[in-house]
Design a protein around this ligand. Structure first.
Ligand SMILES: C[S@@+](CC[C@H](N)C(=O)[O-])C[C@H]1O[C@@H](n2cnc3c(N)ncnc32)[C@H](O)[C@@H]1O
Length: 291
């Protein structure tokens, strides 16, 4: 092959490796490939990031393997800023920071961001030695996001509330009217610690539209959005693939749960069949102008 250098078993400049090929489920050997070693699988990190060993989780924490593969699909990497608008316990930002991205997250539920019993998202980032990659978390409703509009995020990633366990809510009042300011000890209640703003029910489809529109406004050229959602709604009607004129769907990843699980718990089966949609935003120059 024209490599004339000495063979060094330690600290070699080039490593060669072999791959054996078998048909799936058939132990009959088919062929062997010899190639230059360029990189190895990261499967061993699954053991490090498993939720079983994570310091701060709750019932909606995203499975660590799915979070890591989503971070990969969304092209998380060094010198990029990634944001999760439904951050919960931070599974996606942690996964994105593992690949080198700087991350931040927000959640409508202040308890997620403030943490509980001295444990919060930072606790998990510290556990993995990734704290320097965590920009911060803040309390916010995606439909009233305080983030400056402009194309400065490299990736958006998250799983919006599915509504079944969490009952989808956004800031606002049922009838859309404003509320009179309440004062406690002479200070406006909404400026005091532990204030809980009024919320109203919202539809999952409307939330998806808002998320895609937000991504179209915020992602840099070729930036990506990945979102996980159930395959069907509470009535078992398959949910349509969300779409936006500025976003090109580039992959659909399905996570199905097996029949044993369905037999054990048919009620949650629908909820647990999830799909991840990954989109690439169009370049600003390719978007139609409004003039
Ligand atoms: C499925 S959980 C996300 C779990 C998260 N990926 C994790 O690993 O912990 C959805 C989150 O969205 C939050 N949420 C619900 N409505 C929201 C809204 N309007 N804006 C922002 N976050 C919201 C919920 O409080 C919840 O923490």
């Amino acid at each position: 092959m024209g490599f004339n250098g000495p063979i060094r078993m330690k600290k070699a400049e080039q490593i060669f490796t072999t791959f054996e090929e078998y048909d799936y489920g058939d132990p009959t050997f088919r062929r062997i490939y010899l190639g230059r070693f360029v990189g190895e699988s990261s499967r061993r990190i699954l053991n490090d990031y498993t939720l079983k060993k994570r310091d701060c989780i709750n019932t909606t924490s995203m499975d660590s393997e799915l979070a890591l593969l989503t971070a990969n699909l969304t092209l998380a990497g060094p010198n990029k800023i990634f944001y999760d608008p439904f951050v919960g316990t931070g599974s996606f930002p942690i996964a994105c920071s593992h690949f080198g991205a700087r991350t931040m997250g927000s959640d409508i539920d202040g308890r997620m961001v403030r943490g509980k019993n001295g444990k919060d998202i930072r606790t998990s980032f510290k556990q993995y030695g990734l704290l320097s990659k965590y920009i911060d978390g803040f309390v916010s409703d995606l439909t009233h996001s305080p983030l400056r509009r402009g194309r400065w995020l490299d990736g958006i990633i998250g799983d919006p509330p599915y509504g079944v366990r969490e009952g989808l809510k956004v800031l606002g009042t049922k009838d859309g009217s404003g509320k009179e300011a309440v004062f406690i000890n002479g200070e406006a209640a909404h400026l005091q610690d532990k204030y809980i703003p009024p919320k109203k029910a919202y539809s999952f489809e409307a939330m998806l539209d808002d998320l895609l529109e937000f991504a179209a406004q915020m992602l840099v050229d070729d930036g990506r959005l990945s979102l996980w959602m159930p395959t069907a709604n509470d009535e078992n009607v398959e949910l349509a693939i969300p779409g936006h004129p500025a976003l090109e769907l580039i992959s659909i990843c399905v996570q199905t749960f097996n029949k044993c699980m369905f037999a054990l718990c048919p009620a949650v089966f629908r909820i647990l069949n999830l799909r991840c949609f990954t989109y690439r935003v169009a370049k600003a120059s390719d978007l139609p102008t409004t003039e």
